[in-house]
Design a protein around this ligand. Structure first.
Ligand code: NAP
Length: 461
């Protein structure tokens, strides 16, 4: 119902002459950019400024008046001024009574002040209806037509009518308003522009840590060991061979780490016998960044595909094939075709191709435009069922790659197993525990717990 009505509003023709005047306090970068955009959208704009002298930077269609004069001309006043200068508004409290004040301000640090700037504004001008909006849109984005930046405008405020008026303006400017509720949400909205990929930090640091660890591990096993024992220089492995070992390892571990928290959560719920009890903070945070973990894993898998594709054109690979053929010719013998090796090699490649295809599908369904077009059950089916299938295929791809080498003593250099063997630990744990959880004696109580049944109400909060 709401959705439809908002669409109707967005589509309703708004003729420019019907638009109410909007007042903007402050003729700085943001005030001017917003003013330009509003004039383009058919709003008469009046600026409230300390200096009533107009400049070439201010849109010529707009009037520039004193704050008091400008405020009297509009019901909506946008405060495009830094918070630290808000005290000039106190003497204007009477004129601003009943007006809608739009707080667009941002801070330099998260939670810089005890209260949000919008709440501070509401305290300074108690008779006004304060709405927080536009702070996540930059002056540059407004000037550049907002085509190459986010169009989302988070809006919050205690007065529903005032909020609706601001959201109508947002829509008229070609932006998308997102109602975030009461003015209490302002602090969070003010923190948004200061965050730097908050959900990506853990996946990126983890993948960098794993990459560094496996790089040194492979360096020791594949370059230093042959150099010490066989006096062979394989340092060129650093360019392609080692990255092509690290990428699938990191991809597989990260993919398993996407599913590990779900398995841990199931164990906790089974143990506590209720779902109404908070998970530990670290598990909550881990669950929240599963999508990002999966996307980083996909990036590593993609790199693995690219590195694998260049294998046939590598000098080292061509040299090895040629020398092998030559040595066979010189010894006048050929290797007989080994059917088992044929099966192992083809299965390994087929599992890799299918695993990567499903991995890619998972990545696509996590895109907001795709996930918005499927219902919750379809989304869960793809992310959970197909996700586990992807993990099974990728784990099997690695297991078949290992093949007979798992037990071969030559695979252990300085007692260190091949790096891909280490990559199998987490996926195998996840798959085994998941397999155990499927047994009806565990699955049934877990399903009941997830439907709200409680075995141990003392755990619920
Ligand atoms: P700005 O270029 O420094 O402009 C601020 C304006 O505030 C000045 O031009 C001035 O306008 C007015 N002002 C300065 N000192 C004042 C005082 N003591 N008393 C009354 N008015 C005073 O800053 P801005 O970039 O436009 O940013 C304005 C607000 O928008 C800030 O709160 C900022 O956080 C927010 N914002 C900015 C952007 C952006 O991309 N720039 C994006 C989102 C939100 P007059 O000379 O006309 O009085």
């Amino acid at each position: 119902m709401n959705k439809n009505s908002s669409n109707i509003m967005a589509l309703a023709p708004n003729t420019p002459n019907k638009r109410a005047t909007v007042c903007i306090f402050g003729t700085g970068d943001f005030g001017r950019a917003l003013g330009h955009k509003m004039i383009q959208s058919g709003y008469p704009v009046v600026f409230g400024s300390r200096s009533t002298q107009t400049s070439s930077l201010i849109p010529k269609e707009a009037e520039v008046l004193s704050h008091a004069e400008a405020a009297q001309k509009a019901a909506i006043i946008i405060i495009a001024i830094q918070r630290q200068h808000y005290d000039f508004l106190t003497p204007l409290a009477e004129i601003l009574h009943g007006k809608v004040l739009v707080d667009v301000s941002n801070n330099l640090k998260t939670n810089q002040y005890p209260e949000s700037n919008a709440e501070y504004l509401a305290q300074l001008v108690p008779g006004a209806k304060v709405v927080k909006a536009f702070n996540t849109v930059s002056a540059w984005a407004l000037q550049s037509g907002t085509l190459d930046a986010s169009r989302q405008v988070f809006v919050c405020g205690d007065d529903t009518e005032a909020k609706q008026m601001v959201m109508d303006i947002v829509r008229a400017l070609g932006l998308t308003p997102l109602d975030q509720g009461s003015l209490l949400a302002a602090q969070e909205i003010e923190n948004y522009p200061l965050q730097l990929f908050p959900m990506w930090k853990f996946p990126i640091f983890l993948s960098l840590g794993l990459t560094a660890f496996f790089f040194f591990y492979c360096l020791i096993r594949d370059i230093i060991y042959p150099f010490v024992y066989e006096k062979k220089d394989f340092s060129f492995f650093i360019a392609i061979s080692i990255p092509n070992r690290i990428c699938p390892i990191v991809a597989l571990i990260l993919l398993a780490l996407v599913y590990l928290p779900g398995v841990l959560a199931a164990i906790i719920q089974l143990y506590r016998g209720t779902k109404y009890s908070r998970f530990p903070d670290w598990l909550d945070k881990w669950m929240l960044c599963r999508k990002q973990l999966g996307l980083v894993a996909l990036a590593f898998a993609f790199l693995h595909v690219l590195y694998t594709l260049v294998m046939p054109i590598r000098y080292y690979v061509r040299w090895r094939i040629q020398s092998r053929i030559l040595s066979q010719a010189l010894q006048n013998k050929t290797d007989p075709f080994d059917n088992t090796n044929g099966w192992l090699s083809d299965s390994y490649l087929a599992l890799g191709i299918l695993g990567f295809f499903l991995f890619f599908l998972l990545g696509i369904t996590s895109l907001p435009s795709v996930s918005n077009s499927v219902n919750w059950r379809e989304f869960r089916f793809v992310q959970s069922k197909l996700g586990y299938l992807t993990l099974i295929l990728c784990t099997a791809h690695t297991l078949v790659y290992g093949g007979k080498r798992f037990l071969s003593p030559s695979s252990y250099r300085w007692y260190l197993p091949n790096a891909y063997m280490l990559s199998l630990i987490v996926p195998c744990i996840v798959l085994v525990v998941k397999f155990v959880l499927i047994f009806p004696c565990l699955d049934k109580p877990l399903t009941r717990i997830r439907q709200g049944w409680e075995r141990n109400p003392q755990y619920s909060e």
